[in-house]
Design a protein around this ligand. Structure first.
Ligand code: NAD
Length: 490
């Protein structure tokens, strides 16, 4: 077997480059290059799993399942709270590595993302302990509803918020008594390895949590087609979701899909314009590489000119540069290929008549993978830039006349992940929020959500909901036991 490096030093943090299977580090014969978007340098050659390593991980997860499932929930939850403590103790390391690996802002990781990773364990550990359904009764019979662990859960995640999105699935899956195999994204695989270290230190038993590193084709494909899975949670793009659904279908594995979006920001002329502009400028967070991003701004015609001018001014003030600098607002795109895709979308939109009022292309001074925040107007109705997900720092602004027209335009999409509405009229807020077709609707706010609330998308944006009890609905086999009225089971 070729000898590959087993660890790398990234931003002063030592990261193991191998898989984590059955409580052991496992090597592969092949590797893939992990490139930082900040300067396109190679951070490491990460071990790349194929069918053999995937088989080994599924076997380890299956072997560990009975004991983990049988552990009293209070003991499982205590271990998961220790994982949360371990994440909190390593927020700085995790932030530095994630920033270097996927180019997102260090200040977001330190203040929001990594504390949320810890919450993903703590919240669902607490929730599992009080998960209960009241008994039902029919003709004197008592019905008891229980949430049994489902088995082995595969978790496949994208690169835009890898650790946060992975633990949002792993937290409830483990809390419910399942064992997990994580396949992180090949464009940002490193924090998954640090999570493996943290789970081991916290006392998660061998095989309960496993990581297989690798590409979508190399590791993802054999994992999703594996007959040993009981649940498959995927976060990523619509085309990949289609491939995964087909791969999992013969095994009848229940799927939870969190996919892309083309979400609207609807601004009425009765809105607090300062708020509307702030919410609009916020859409350039993470260089627009956010599934929930409100990319389509729909603005009432009487204020569209002022709104547009102020959004352009606000977005022009954003500081673009190295995400390791706390002052940076907008970073680089994840890969050269992704950069070219975003450039292609914008070039075709402009060729088709759209006008860039800001940006419209690469950042000439910064070079590399830095694409300028871009505001487009006059896009042709029905054109690609208004209908396809553009996972970058690009927004469009269109106008509408009436509330009815706003709702029709907002809902005119195959996606349905989120919608944001800005209005000063409480009755309009009720009417329009009820009419918007999306998994999450924000009224005069954005990105606020409790982990107990349902999250997911309509249409092409996904299958199912997670969060609170909805996570346990997915990660458990729900059983109804009916007791005859014998008297001894009350
Ligand atoms: P992607 O679909 O290209 O990849 C996601 C994951 O799937 C990666 O780990 C990849 O290796 C794996 N994969 C690729 N091909 C596979 C195959 N044939 N079999 C199994 N696994 C395979 O997505 P991406 O580019 O990493 O992420 C961006 C997309 O994710 C956007 O569409 C974005 O909207 C979406 N997203 C959705 C949410 C949400 O919560 N709804 C959150 C973040 C990102």
């Amino acid at each position: 077997m070729a000898e590959h490096a087993v660890s790398a030093e990234v931003e002063g943090v030592s990261v193991d480059l191998r898989h984590w299977i059955g409580g052991e580090r496992v090597s592969s014969e092949s590797t893939f290059a992990d490139i930082s978007p900040i300067d396109e340098t190679e951070l490491a050659q990460v071990h790349s799993a194929g069918a053999e390593e995937v088989d080994r991980a599924v076997a380890a997860a299956r072997a560990a399942f009975p004991a983990w499932a049988a552990l009293p929930v209070a003991e499982r939850s205590a271990i998961l709270r220790r994982v949360a403590d371990g994440v909190e103790a390593r927020v700085e390391d995790l932030s530095r590595v994630e920033t270097r690996d996927n180019g997102s802002l260090i200040r977001s990781h330190r203040r929001g993302v990594m504390p949320r990773v810890a919450m993903n364990f703590r919240f669902f550990a607490d929730y599992a302990e009080q998960l209960a359904h009241p008994d039902l009764e029919v003709r004197g019979h008592r019905e008891r509803v229980t949430y049994d662990p489902a088995g082995v859960v595969a978790v496949i995640t994208p690169w835009n918020a890898p650790l946060m999105l992975a633990t949002w699935r792993i937290g409830p899956a483990l809390a419910a008594g399942n064992t997990v195999i994580l396949k992180p994204p090949e464009w940002a695989p490193l924090t998954a390895s640090l999570l493996a270290d943290i789970t081991a230190e916290a006392g998660v038993p061998p095989g309960v949590f496993n990581v297989v590193q690798g590409t979508g084709i190399g590791a993802g494909a054999p994992l999703t087609a594996h007959p040993g899975l009981n649940r498959l949670a995927f976060t990523g793009s619509v085309p990949t979701a289609g491939v995964i659904a087909a791969a999992a279908a013969p095994n009848i594995v229940p799927l939870s899909f969190e996919l892309g979006g083309k979400s609207p920001l609807v601004v009425f002329d009765d809105a607090d314009l300062d708020l509307a502009v702030d919410l609009a400028v916020e859409q350039f967070d993470n260089a627009g590489q956010v599934c929930l991003k409100a990319a389509r701004m729909l603005v009432q015609s009487s204020i569209v000119e002022e709104f547009t001018r102020r959004v352009v001014e606000g977005a022009a003030r954003l500081r673009q540069g190295d995400p390791r600098d706390e002052e940076t607002d907008v970073s680089a795109l994840i890969t050269r290929r992704h950069f070219e895709q975003i450039s292609g979308f914008v070039e075709r939109a402009i060729a088709d008549g759209a006008r860039p009022l800001l940006g419209g292309g690469p950042h000439d001074e910064l070079g590399g993978l830095f694409f300028r925040p871009t505001v487009l107007v006059d896009a042709k109705p029905g054109s690609e830039i208004l209908t396809e997900e553009v996972f970058g720092p690009v927004v469009t602004i269109e106008s509408f006349e009436t509330e009815e027209e706003a709702v029709v335009k907002a809902n005119d999409t195959r996606f349905g992940l989120a919608a944001t509405l800005v209005t000063g009229d409480p009755e309009r807020a009720e009417r329009v929020s009820a009419a918007l077709e999306a998994g999450t609707v924000w009224v005069n706010c954005f990105f606020v959500r409790d982990l107990g609330a349902p999250f997911g998308g309509n249409g092409r944006s996904g299958i199912g909901r997670e969060g609170g009890v909805w996570s346990f609905d997915f990660y458990t086999d729900i059983k109804n036991t009916v007791f005859a009225p014998s008297g001894w089971s009350s």
